[in-house]
Design a binder for this molecule. Structure first.
Ligand SMILES: NC(=O)c1ccc[n+]([C@@H]2O[C@H](COP(=O)([O-])OP(=O)(O)OC[C@H]3O[C@@H](n4cnc5c(N)ncnc54)[C@H](O)[C@@H]3O)[C@@H](O)[C@H]2O)c1
Ligand SMILES: O=c1ccn([C@@H]2O[C@H](COP(=O)(O)OP(=O)(O)O[C@H]3O[C@H](CO)[C@@H](O)[C@H](O)[C@H]3O)[C@@H](O)[C@H]2O)c(=O)[nH]1
Length: 466
């Protein structure tokens, strides 16, 4: 078996950065170089102040501190890292296509293909190429064709090793994963050897029973399937939340009751303003697109409903704010607590907050946002790309505060968009005293004690609450 000395990871994002930091910490004999074309991002990873690394994840700064400049390196020199690597992880973004065939559905594989062509051009020794990005099933075929047809005659083995970490718990998930999935060419000896090489790396800290090996297509499809199932649970409980509101049932009680059935399980049953994040919607739409492309229309429709339900949930949360505030929010100050798509991350991609803000801005509301980890710059960027929005107007209507109490002052209503723990510990009496009356709270995460808020004098609205 080949002794692995150098690993390269292309893409220093939410997956590449944390994943490689953990590999470097757990495998001190291997040099791990994470490369990216985004110079600013690489500079932040190399910042002498570890609190300034570009991704906020509990525990991540310490892991990076442990290995950086010892056997963990961040660089923009992609060619050099590829050249010396035995294993290359591709961990670049694969967002939904915004143009051409498959627009709004298919995964955009532009960056994946660029990586493959660069690996082929630069490589002068045999390499194992690992798909770490989430990819449509059968992408390994396209990679193989590019690597073999544009390369220098060296041999490539392609593995699929999807990442299952969730943001906010990335380090814990990487340290103790439920499973590590490795797909490869099980039909050939070289394929099996490549699979074993990657198994051996993970086996440095992951129990062998949790390392699963499959054929490459099963591995690629399992990633999309896992996200579809997880998102489906959220949409399912959110669908029930609307029914709860109409019938006097409480969605938390329903979730608890069904979750105690061991066949259903209690996780991922938290009703919310809707799921966000860069993965769920993108991956389901990709699954829908693949199914449609294969003529499986019923399969496509089944999964598309998960996204349709999620859009409905975000819309009805925003519409309920307007309705409750006497059918007009024009000129009214509404405070958003939270902007990130979930707690313990500074990631805002597809956050429900963006959608709710867009809805309320179209109703001419004045919005003030407080989020403990998201910058004002990021918030404006998130709104800038929405169709029909003009940033100058938005900046007049939406402001960002770094003090939550100030953000709530003189406001008509507070909407909780992210489940940050600190929101639970605020002095809600003092917040109430400084708001306009009637003062409303719309808890899009069901984290606040609504009875207590009601006793203070707030009008309260939770998700799926009678
Ligand atoms: N974010 C998550 O929690 C998560 C979890 C599991 C899987 N995934 C999947 O992992 C992949 C990466 O996701 P992410 O959230 O880390 O994305 P990201 O946007 O945070 O990072 C991707 C990085 O790749 C870089 N990049 C793009 N093309 C490049 C090229 N040709 N050469 C060098 N660098 C290049 C970009 O500059 C960017 O910094 C996606 O396929 C995603 O679906 C994400
Ligand atoms: O009961 C729940 C659970 C989650 N959510 C929301 O769902 C979204 C996604 O949450 P989560 O799955 O925890 O975070 P992600 O970082 O998006 O992780 C998902 O997407 C990743 C990218 O593919 C996968 O690797 C992970 O396994 C998968 O959980 C967030 O907006 C959550 O607030 C709920 O509303 N209710």
């Amino acid at each position: 078996m080949q002794k692995i000395k150098n690993i390269c990871c292309i893409g220093a994002g939410y997956v590449g950065g944390p994943t490689m930091a953990v590999i470097a910490q757990k495998c001190p004999d291997i040099n791990v170089t994470v490369v990216d074309i985004n110079e600013q991002r690489i500079n932040s990873w190399n910042d002498p102040d570890f609190s300034k690394i570009p991704i906020y994840e509990p525990g991540l700064a310490d892991v990076v501190k442990d290995s950086r400049d010892r056997n963990l390196f961040f660089s923009t020199d992609v060619d050099a890292a590829i050249e010396k690597a035995d294993i290359i992880f591709i961990s670049v973004n694969t967002p939904t296509k915004t143009y051409g065939i498959g627009k709004g559905m298919a995964a955009d594989l532009k960056w994946i293909e660029l990586c493959a062509r660069q690996i082929a051009r630069v490589s002068v020794t045999d390499k194992i190429v690992v798909e770490k990005s989430t990819l449509p099933v059968r992408t390994a075929n396209a990679l193989k064709s590019i690597l073999e047809n544009t390369g220098n005659g060296v041999k490539f083995q392609i593995l699929s090793n999807p990442e299952f970490l969730a943001e906010g718990t990335a380090v814990a998930d990487l340290m103790a994963p439920d499973r590590v999935l490795i797909g490869g060419d099980v039909a050939t000896k070289e394929g099996r050897t490549a699979i074993q090489t990657l198994v051996d790396i993970y086996a440095n800290w992951v129990d062998k029973d949790r390392i699963l090996t499959t054929n490459v297509w099963s591995s690629e499809l399992s990633k999309l399937t896992a996200n579809a199932f997880l998102a489906q649970r959220v949409s399912s409980i959110n669908a029930m939340s609307e029914l709860c509101e109409k019938t006097g049932a409480d969605v938390n009680e329903v979730a608890r009751a069904i979750g105690m059935d061991s066949r259903i399980g209690s996780k991922f049953l938290k009703s919310s303003v809707g799921f966000g994040g860069s993965c769920f919607q993108k991956d389901i739409l990709n699954l829908v697109y693949i199914s449609k492309s294969l003529g499986l229309n019923e399969v496509a429709d089944y999964w598309e409903q998960v996204v349709i339900m999620n859009d409905h949930q975000k819309n009805r949360f925003a519409a309920n704010i307007v309705k409750t505030l006497f059918n007009t929010v024009s000129g009214k100050k509404i405070t958003f607590l939270g902007w990130a798509f979930k707690k313990d991350t500074n990631d805002t991609r597809e956050s429900a907050a963006i959608h709710v803000a867009d809805f309320l801005l179209k109703e001419h509301a004045n919005i003030v946002v407080y989020d403990p980890k998201v910058t004002a710059d990021q918030i404006y960027k998130d709104l800038d790309y929405l169709e029909g929005n003009d940033l100058e107007t938005i900046k007049k209507l939406l402001t960002v505060e770094t003090d939550p109490y100030k953000a709530c002052e003189n406001s008509h209503a507070i909407a909780v968009l992210t489940e940050w723990d600190e929101f639970k510990t605020y002095n809600w009496q003092s917040i109430y005293d400084n708001m306009l009356k009637p003062a409303s709270v719309f808890d899009g995460r069901n984290i606040l004690d609504l009875d207590k808020l009601k006793a203070i004098g707030f009008n309260v609205d939770g998700i799926g609450k009678p």
